[in-house]
Ligand binder design. Structure first.
Ligand code: GDP
Ligand code: IMO
Ligand code: MG
Length: 420
């Protein structure tokens, strides 16, 4: 068997959580491969909304194992809270969530470093979620980090103290006030809590599962345009959010990757700083934000909104080797008379069709205009009921990108998912 990968093609929040939940009945194992509690994955069923940060989105389906892979960074305090927020005391989650021994730990001081670094950047701040993601991955690549597997070692406390001291020395360089007395206590309590979970050599577990014909879905976090290498650097996150990240974040060989499901919104959003060529500052932008409830699932910050950008989407599809596209939040466009889609950029009077090195301020999207469908899609159950204008929209995207759209999502609920 091979690992299927599901990932975001824009700046995150495309609706990954919802679709992983929808697809989970087809899989034995769901696994996260990168990112950490900067992610906020929402899923909805029976009129209840759930937001997950570290736990894979397969958690609400029976008979599924959920693995937190080696590429993920874990804040034990957030993990513990997430388990309680699942509000299912009758389920023993220690039996269905396994954690890679090689996943790195987010320390209280990583979060302080994140906040201090952002404050020092001033106007050029990244707009980080302040969950300590950047500093934790810096310690990973700097070979200073603490991993889940270290928790059970005899000298864990000494190693924690040594790393904390390193951080305190670094924080001195910033003019930043902080107090971690309480958060440190919480952190150590959460470390005791997380010890109840199975720490595994997830690369072995996953490869053995593949050999035993188990089906596995890897759940991406963030989106391609936030990838550390291929995103809009430096306004990105600190991990490889792309398909290749599933190989390094799980220990799966490239030839063991199967289908790659690329998720995108029928329009586009971004939270935090950084360039966004199709961003709207007018009423249409406000309308997208209101109808789409575009407020961050992790931080509650308003998301910036704009039209779909096919230049960026094509780039993302190429980098990831996407085999199927899933279009999300299509219903948010229900009331628009016309819908715009960017098919090229104009920079210094030159038209370009590729995603450039830098998205400078003088970049102008070139739009095609399509007729809106002016139909309530949220109650539609079949593609046979799609209005013609929606079929035209789908066709336009498929022809530009060269990959078929296989799911059209028409609402936040599990059931509001139309398979094509
Ligand atoms: P993720 O980070 O990719 O999992 O996405 P988020 O959960 O951060 O943001 C997606 C938001 O859109 C959530 O509030 C979802 O409940 C909601 N959502 C997902 N799919 C749809 C859809 O098709 N229509 C509408 N209206 N909302 C959706
Ligand atoms: P999901 O998985 C949207 C953004 C932050 C910031 C930048 C860096 O829910 O799609 P970080 O905390 O990683 O240092 O922040 O990345 N960001 C996200 N935006 N969805 C996410 O995750 C994000 N995770 C990080 O807003 O601009
Ligand atoms: Mg999100």
């Amino acid at each position: 068997m091979k690992v299927d990968v599901l990932l975001g093609l824009q700046w995150g929040d495309e609706g990954k959580g919802k679709i992983v939940d929808v697809l989970t009945p087809n899989y034995n194992i769901i696994t996260r491969f990168q990112g950490g509690p900067n992610a906020g994955h929402t899923l909805e069923f029976n009129n209840v909304k759930h937001v997950l940060h570290t736990i894979p989105s397969g958690i609400f389906r029976k008979n599924t194992i959920n693995i937190i892979g080696n590429g993920v960074v874990i804040d034990p305090v957030i993990f513990k809270k997430e388990i309680f927020d699942l509000k299912q005391p009758d389920i023993d989650f220690t039996k269905i969530i396994y954690i890679s021994k090689k996943a790195h730990l987010i320390l209280p001081t990583h979060k302080i470093l994140d906040a201090a670094s952002e404050q020092a950047k001033g106007k050029s701040k990244i707009g980080s979620t302040l969950k300590g993601i950047g500093p934790t991955y810096m310690d990973k690549t700097g070979r200073n980090g603490l991993r889940i597997g270290d928790i059970i070692s005899d000298n864990f406390i000494n190693r924690y103290n040594a790393l904390k001291q390193k951080h305190l020395n670094l924080i001195k360089q910033y003019n930043f006030n902080f107090d971690i007395t309480e958060s440190e206590k919480e952190w150590f309590k959460a470390i005791e809590f997380i010890k109840n979970y199975k720490f595994i050599d997830s690369e072995n577990y996953i490869n053995e599962s593949l050999n035993n014909n188990k089906t596995i879905l890897a759940e991406g976090a963030q989106g391609t345009l936030l990838d550390i290498d291929f995103g809009t650097y430096p306004f990105v996150t600190s991990s490889n959010t792309i398909c290749a990240g599933a190989c390094t974040g799980l220990g799966v060989a490239p030839n063991k990757i199967g289908e790659v499901f690329g998720i995108f919104k029928a329009y586009c959003t971004r939270v935090g700083s950084g360039p966004f060529p199709t961003e709207l500052f007018d009423n249409d932008g406000k309308k997208l934000q209101n109808i789409g409830h575009e407020f961050g699932a992790t931080t509650g910050r308003p998301r910036r909104c704009g039209w779909l950008d096919l230049v960026a989407l094509k780039y993302a599809v190429t980098i990831n080797g996407v085999t199927r596209l899933y279009m999300m939040k299509t219903d948010v466009l229900d009331s628009f008379d016309t819908i715009k889609v960017a098919t090229a950029y104009k920079i210094n009077n030159k038209i370009i069709k590729h995603f450039p090195y830098e998205l400078s301020n003088d970049i102008k999207p070139i739009y095609s205009e399509l007729k809106g469908w002016k139909t309530d899609l949220t109650k539609i159950n079949s593609k046979n009921d799609f209005p013609d204008e929606l079929n035209d929209y789908i066709k336009f995207i498929e022809e530009n990108i060269g990959v078929p759209i296989k799911i059209v999502s028409v609402g936040p609920d599990r059931k509001q998912t139309i398979h094509i």
